[in-house]
Write a protein that binds this ligand. Structure first.
Ligand SMILES: [Zn+2]
Length: 211
């Protein structure tokens, strides 16, 4: 397991492969946030850095991001690009592609952004990453883990490609508060179904138990 106990060992691998100090700092910071050095998270760090560079983003600039997977990549965007789930500048769309997009703020319906993705053609040069990424049965999740990280640090952004895209923006909706007549809690009107919250209207994610 790539727990934080072995972070010094992983850091030594970064040094061995000459990872630059800024990237190293991001890799370590993201690992701590994520609670372990997941391979996808490390690739996500390279993707986020690459997208920021292509966008010529300034430090502390307000940016918006999309992750096309819920796995790992969102955490690199949260830590490095400051696009978080809570500040509503990160959208996680469960498409399942290992890709991210970053764009600037805009009041227009569309805004130019940079989309970075793992390029399968480039991945062929890196057999261990390729086996892990494609979930190939030949990948040994125990024995191959450190060699996998080693190859990720060697590859860096060489397994990535990018494209410029127009991103559909999400216009902030004006809303009114609606009090649900069943549970008595309030929700924004655009999430209500009549005078009920969505949960009481039938899509509850929990059921109550008596205390
Ligand atoms: Zn309710």
């Amino acid at each position: 397991m790539l727990t934080l106990d072995i972070l010094p060992e992983i850091e030594a691998l970064m040094d061995k492969q000459g990872v630059n100090p800024q990237t190293k700092e991001h890799l370590l910071k993201c690992s701590r946030f994520h609670t372990f050095s997941a391979p996808g998270l490390l690739i996500g760090v390279y993707m986020t850095e690459y997208a920021l560079e292509l966008l010529k983003a300034q430090p502390d600039e307000i940016l918006y991001a999309v992750s096309e997977t819920h796995k790992c990549a969102p955490d690199a965007l949260q830590i490095i690009a400051g696009c978080t789930v809570g500040n509503n500048r990160l959208r996680v769309i469960p498409i399942g592609r290992f890709a991210i997009t970053i764009n600037r703020k805009s009041w227009d319906p569309e805004v130019e952004g940079v989309r970075v993705f793992v390029d399968l053609n480039k991945l062929k040069q890196y057999p261990i990453i390729n086996a892990w990424f494609t979930n190939d049965p030949s990948f040994d999740h125990h024995g191959n883990v450190m060699p996998l990280l080693d190859e990720i640090f060697i590859a860096g952004r060489k397994i990535l490609s990018y494209e410029k895209v127009m991103v559909q923006t999400e216009i902030k909706k004006k809303w009114k508060s609606v009090t649900c007549t069943m549970c008595g809690e309030t929700v924004p009107d655009y999430l209500a179904q009549g005078d009920l919250c969505i949960s009481c209207a039938g899509t509850n994610y929990f059921r109550k138990i008596s205390i």
